[in-house]
Write a new protein. Structure first.
Length: 269
C-alpha cells in the first residue's frame, strides 16, 4: 500500500546518526530538483543546501557518472539525467494500484470531453499516478508524475479530508494556503469546515480554486479499515462542468471510487 509521505524533500530527516552522511547529502541534492526548479548551478545548490561548493561539485560529478544528473554543455547547469527517467518508469510500472484502478478510471472517462485523474498523498501535496484524456482532446503534456496542492484541488481535498486528524493539523501548521484564485480557501478554519463537509458528503469539489476556468469533482479510494489509499477525480473546463452537473458527477466518481476500493480489498491490497 502507498503510504503518505510526511516531509518535504528539503527537510528530509533520515537520521544522520545511522545513515552515511555523504549519501544523505546526495539525496538532499537530488531532492532539490523539482518542477519549479529543474536546473541548478553548483553555486546555487551550494547556497540552497548549505554545503560547500567543492563538496557539491564532487557529488554532482559522481551522480553524473551514474546518469542521475547531466550537465548542459552550453549553460554548465545541472538537471536530472536519463537514469532518473528510467527509475521513474520502473517505479510506475510496479504500482499495482494503477493496474487495479485503470479499468474503472477508463469507464469513468467514458465518451465525454473531461479528464480523469488518480492521485496519492505525497509530501503535503498529491502526486498524480494516472491521467486519462479524451481521445479527441489534443494534449502536449501529461499530469502523470506531477504534484498538486491539496488545499485548492478537488483531488487533493478528497485525500486530505480522509487523512487522520493529526495529519490534517500538521498540514495546516506547515502549509501556507496561498490565494491562487479569488475562490481559493486561504483560512485554516474555513478549510477545516470544508474538509468536514467533504467527509460528510463523501466527495470534494474544486470550484475554480486553483485555476480559473477549471472545475473538478473528486472522491476517496479507501481500504477495508477505511484508510485513504488514493483519490480520483473528473476535471474539466467551467464551460463543460457547470454547478448543476455536480450531483451527477459526484455520484459517478463516488461509484468508481467504491468499485476501485472493492477491487483492492478483494485482492488484499
Amino acid at each position: 500500500m502507498i503510504e503518505p509521505q510526511a516531509a518535504k524533500p528539503e527537510s528530509l530527516d533520515l537520521g544522520e546518526a545511522t545513515v552515511n552522511k555523504s549519501l544523505f547529502k546526495a539525496l538532499r541534492l537530488l531532492s532539490a530538483f523539482s518542477e519549479d526548479k529543474a536546473d541548478w548551478s553548483v553555486s546555487e545548490l551550494s547556497r540552497h543546501l548549505g554545503i560547500g561548493k567543492s563538496s557539491v561539485s564532487t557529488m554532482l560529478s559522481a551522480l553524473a557518472k551514474a546518469g542521475l544528473v547531466r550537465q548542459s554543455p552550453m549553460t554548465r547547469r545541472y538537471h536530472l539525467g536519463l537514469r532518473c527517467l528510467e527509475l521513474g518508469y520502473l517505479a510506475s510500472s510496479r504500482l499495482t494500484l494503477r493496474d487495479y484502478a485503470y479499468p474503472h478510471l477508463e469507464a469513468l472517462l467514458g465518451g465525454n470531453n473531461r479528464i480523469v485523474y488518480m492521485a496519492v498523498p505525497y509530501q503535503y501535496d498529491v502526486l498524480y499516478l494516472e491521467a486519462l484524456y479524451p481521445p479527441r482532446r489534443r494534449i502536449n503534456y501529461s499530469s502523470q508524475g506531477k504534484r498538486a496542492p491539496m488545499y485548492c484541488t478537488g483531488i487533493g481535498k478528497a485525500a486530505l479530508a480522509f487523512m487522520p486528524d493529526a495529519y490534517q493539523e500538521d498540514y495546516l501548521r506547515r502549509v501556507e494556503l496561498k490565494p491562487l484564485t479569488p475562490n481559493t480557501i486561504t483560512e485554516p478554519a474555513a478549510l477545516r469546515r470544508e474538509l468536514e463537509r467533504i467527509r460528510d458528503q463523501g466527495f470534494a469539489l474544486d470550484r475554480q480554486e486553483r485555476d480559473i476556468g477549471i472545475r473538478c469533482v473528486a472522491a476517496p479510494v479507501r481500504s477495508a479499515d477505511r484508510r485513504l489509499i488514493a483519490s480520483i477525480s473528473i476535471s474539466g473546463a467551467s464551460t463543460e462542468i457547470i454547478e448543476e452537473d455536480f450531483p451527477v458527477l459526484a455520484s459517478e466518481v463516488m461509484q468508481a471510487a467504491l468499485e476501485i476500493s472493492r477491487k483492492l480489498i478483494s485482492t488484499g491490497y
